[in-house]
Design a protein around this ligand. Sequence first.
Ligand code: ZN
Length: 89
Amino acid sequence: MRGAEARAHCPRCDEEVSIDRPWGGWIWARRLWFVVLGVFLMLFPFMSADYVCMIPTFMLVVFASGPLFHLAGLKATCRRCRLELDART
Ligand SMILES: [Zn+2]
């Protein structure tokens, strides 16, 4: 969750500033995505028999990777100048 008290040093502002942190759950969601993908790959021989449910669900999982990986890669930003800060905490 976004911490109201999260602060970090911003090199552009050259002082301690409050930061916006991305939700930490996106990292776990990305790990879960790999697990789900692995399960689907193991079930791949059975998918050809189920065109109605398995293949559309598999495509949904594959297309979710773009926005999910984007969200999981977000860094904390300075609230004043929006500079990305390396600190995840
Ligand atoms: Zn700044």
